[in-house]
Design a protein around this ligand. Structure first.
Ligand SMILES: [Fe+2]
Length: 426
């Protein structure tokens, strides 16, 4: 079993970038046995094999079928099997049954990827140009990077669900659960006023990041780092999961119905608290950001701490101008790392480590227009009942994230690499 992740260098040409992104996906899957690549541990999570096939289907459906004259699909069943949620493309198997797809085999899915890669490289060699086709190819690459993160979050849940709790990869080094000293939380002030958020310009963005628009902020303060596991442990040990006054009504209902007592992968044993990571069960790293908490838990923690969650406009205003640097997938850490957030300059950990829940519902920006056709279903139809997360995580590829990037999940979601950053009124 390999223990290192492939490194993805920034690629100079579209062909190189295509090859690098597709190879990075296979690098993540290479650490998994065929059994592990088929398992689906809950309806929200998909098997690795399905991710490998679906990302390939995306290029075949939205690039090759659209732009190669007379294109014939490799297998007519794949249009049905590997469609995720595109009503305009056609029917698909129910999402909770993806783990029952014992055919095509893993080998056949690998051959599907190879064939589509050959066809894509042949197509790219023809020098396609024009915004329409180039935007589709870039969307396919960004889509595949989203699924790279999902491969890790989904297998994390699957391995945790397995009775023996096998690791995704061997432990890179023994973990010391003892916290190094974490400086007291500091804050950066913003005077508020009229600001602009949203994406503008030639660099890729998803439709939900546009259009750029004005919004008004009251003066506020943003925490200079993410909330640590040690800080969250104090919340747990203060009996927060037994105190309804700290929770939103829906959050308290979730605590009771789902039996939550701590973040998703935490366990209290005779030796104290541990957490299940991609490197197996480990002592909790108290000085690193807490992860795998729902919006409800993030919101309750903020109330307990005498603070609140930032809105996405506040978050983006502070993140704009911060370097896109941090603990991303390419670091190979596969878990959040400590940051002191104590130095001068921009707040720490705005990018990487953990996605940060915001207080903002996932809604269309003023004058939002989804993409034309079936791809209009990519983001726009999910703008109900979900909350926005910002900043990317240690599972996110570096070249995938921006200050304007809007991730979104339902408020009870815990299997994502989601954490907490606090804000306050100034
Ligand atoms: Fe997808």
């Amino acid at each position: 079993m390999a223990s290192r992740l492939p490194e993805v260098a920034p690629a100079a040409t579209l062909r190189e970038r295509y090859g690098a992104v597709r190879a990075a996906t296979m690098g993540l899957a290479a650490l998994l046995s065929p059994e592990h690549q088929l398992v689906q541990s809950m309806p929200d999570a998909s098997p690795t094999k399905w991710h490998l096939a679906h990302t390939t289907w995306f290029f075949e459906t939205f690039v090759l079928s659209r732009f190669v004259p007379g294109y014939r699909a490799l297998d007519p069943h794949y249009a049905y099997l590997f469609n995720s949620y595109y009503e305009a493309v056609g029917p698909r198997p129910p999402r909770p049954r993806r783990g029952a797809m014992t055919r095509p085999s893993l080998e056949e899915v690998g051959a599907y990827r190879e064939t589509i890669d050959e066809r894509m490289h042949a197509f790219l060699a023809t020098g396609p140009d024009g915004a329409d086709v180039l935007d589709r190819i870039e969307l396919g690459l960004q889509h595949e990077q989203q699924h790279q993160e999902l491969i890790l979050t989904d297998i994390h849940h699957a391995l945790w669900s397995s009775p023996l709790r096998p690791a995704y990869r061997p432990r890179s080094r023994p973990r010391d659960g003892a916290a190094k000293t974490v400086p007291a939380l500091k804050w950066t002030s913003h005077p508020g006023g009229l600001v602009e958020i949203g994406h503008q310009g030639a660099v890729f963005s998803f439709d939900n990041e546009r259009p750029r628009h004005r919004t008004f902020l009251e003066p506020f303060r943003l925490a200079r780092r993410a909330v640590t596991a040690g800080e969250y442990l104090r919340f747990v040990e203060d009996g927060a999961y037994r105190r309804p006054e700290l929770w939103l009504s829906d959050g308290w209902a979730a605590v009771q119905e789902r039996g939550w007592t701590a973040p998703q992968y935490w366990d209290l044993g005779s030796d104290g608290w541990s957490e299940f990571t991609l490197e197996g069960t480990q002592p909790i790293r108290l000085d690193a950001p807490v992860s795998h908490v729902s919006y409800y838990e993030a919101e309750a923690f903020a109330r307990w701490a005498g603070a609140r969650l930032p809105t996405e406009a506040e978050w983006e205003t502070m993140a704009t101008g911060c370097p896109i640097a941090g603990n991303f997938l390419e670091s190979g850490a596969l878990g959040p790392r400590r940051a002191d957030g104590d130095a001068a300059g921009p707040p720490a950990q705005m990018f990487g480590d953990v996605w940060e829940w915001t207080a903002s519902a996932y809604l269309p920006y003023p004058r939002f227009r989804p993409l034309e056709g079936a791809l209009g279903e990519y983001n726009g139809k999910f703008m109900s009942g979900q909350m926005v997360l910002r900043g990317g995580s240690c599972f996110t590829p570096w070249s995938h994230i921006r200050a304007t990037y809007r991730n979104f999940f339902p408020p009870g979601t815990r299997w994502q690499m989601s954490g907490v950053r606090l804000a306050r009124w100034d």
